[in-house]
Design a protein around this ligand. Structure first.
Ligand code: ZN
Length: 412
């Protein structure tokens, strides 16, 4: 195509967009989507979608990025405990898994996390909520590599790094000071895991201290709440109440929350009302354990629910590639959502809804939005999910950052 002053930096040709008929051309300029047209647009570079589905790129709303590829260090005992039918040994699995931290090495953590981010990049990942254990065993050896990788991948995959006291706060003396240090180093999000404290009083104190730290430093909050098969766990409620009290509405994320599946309907509705008031977002990883939070029930209550990869080859989950289409594929089976609106909702849960949960504005395929998109392998959502292949093209900040021609649906 000849050069033109009207030329876009990059054009995606003959894209199929969700909810529209006929091909579209997407014009990208200065890192943003500048035009979406039913007629061809000139581009300095043209990416041929050839009728493939084009969507916003993927968001992984929950990921233990400092632990990836550590399963061999720990052995299978923790995995067996965490994936037991009733999640009744979840606490024991956390203790078994923490063995990995005795040989925590910053260089190895950084190399493993980089490898996992590259896998995510190949699969169209653009944003990730990345947890790093910050506790008396790990010290700051988990969070420092992730902060370095945040700078290395900025604009291609943006990391929100969570300073996460995995072994508790009151039951792990020293952890609180380390979380404060991690925030001073630049961690984006204050973490928490209140349900593993010894008493409800301690759990409430855990939530209070971490939320106050976030409020003081203008950070967001992301906690692992109620992660066992126990209907009496109430730390999601504590988190929501504290967000409201401290003026942190819309700045909190509740991860796991598996116990909610055991709540009575009135209890769930009461919690949902409070969570809506707190602007609390939820993340589920139904592929990682027998129990999972009631995804569609919370959605029906007007709450945003994202899906996360959670783990890649660690003590809690033996698979995973940060391929969010694979996460949708698995969730579709677990949740009975393999078609129609439910499948569409799961796709949103790794793209637009996930961005909403993480407080990322403008993550949509529309004029004026950042040019972060994927040209998928398939012309329909079902086809893309069925094969969960790497996208044919990954565009981040207006640049093509990954391509895949392997096993293309068009080549078959
Ligand atoms: Zn997790």
């Amino acid at each position: 195509m000849t050069s033109s002053t009207d030329e876009y930096d990059l054009t995606v040709a003959e894209a199929r967009l969700r909810g529209t008929e006929g091909p579209r051309w997407i014009g990208i300029r200065d890192g943003s989507i500048a035009a979406v047209s039913e007629t061809p647009l000139p581009g300095a570079r043209v990416v041929e979608a050839d009728g493939a589905l084009v969507t916003p790129s993927f968001v992984n709303a929950h990921m233990h990025l400092d632990k990836v590829y550590t399963l061999d260090l720990v052995g299978d005992a923790a995995l067996a405990a965490y994936s037991g039918a009733g999640m009744d040994a979840a606490l024991a699995s956390i203790e078994l898994a923490s063995v990995a931290k005795d040989s925590y090495d910053e260089g190895r953590i950084e190399a493993n996390a980089r490898r996992c981010l590259r896998s995510g990049l190949q699969h169209g990942l653009r944003h990730v909520l990345a947890f790093a254990d910050v506790d008396s065993r790990a010290g700051l050896r988990g969070v420092r590599p992730l902060l370095r990788l945040r700078e290395e991948f900025r604009g291609v995959i943006d990391l929100q790094v969570v300073a996460f006291p995995q072994d508790g706060l009151l039951c792990d003396p020293g952890a609180e000071d380390l979380v404060r240090e991690a925030v001073a180093l630049g961690a984006d999000v204050v973490g928490g895991i209140p349900w593993i404290e010894h008493t409800d009083t301690d759990a409430r104190e855990h939530v209070r201290r971490m939320c106050e730290l976030a409020a003081k430093h203008g950070r967001r909050v992301a906690m692992l709440v109620d992660d066992a098969g126990d209907p009496w766990l109430r730390t999601t409620e504590m988190l929501a109440s504290e967000l409201i009290r401290l003026g942190l509405r819309g700045r909190g994320v509740a991860n796991h929350a598996r116990a909610l599946s055991q709540y009575s309907k009135p209890s769930l509705q009461r919690l949902a009302r409070l969570a809506r008031d707190a602007g609390l977002g939820f993340v589920s990883d139904p592929h990682t354990g027998a129990l999972h939070l009631p995804v569609f029930e919370l959605r029906a209550q007007g709450l945003p629910v994202a899906l996360g990869q959670d783990d890649c080859e660690d003590a809690y989950y033996p698979f995973g590639r940060q391929n969010m289409l694979e996460v949708v594929f698995l969730a579709a089976h677990v949740l009975g959502a393999s078609a129609g609106e439910r499948l569409e909702a799961l796709f949103d849960a790794v793209t637009t809804t996930a961005a909403q949960v993480l407080g990322i504005g403008g993550h949509r395929l529309a004029v004026g939005a950042p040019a972060d998109l994927v040209v998928l392998n398939g012309s329909t959502l079902r086809e893309a999910v069925a094969h969960h292949l790497p996208p044919r093209f990954v565009v981040a900040s207006g640049q093509v950052v990954a391509e895949s021609s392997s096993d293309s649906w068009l080549a078959r």
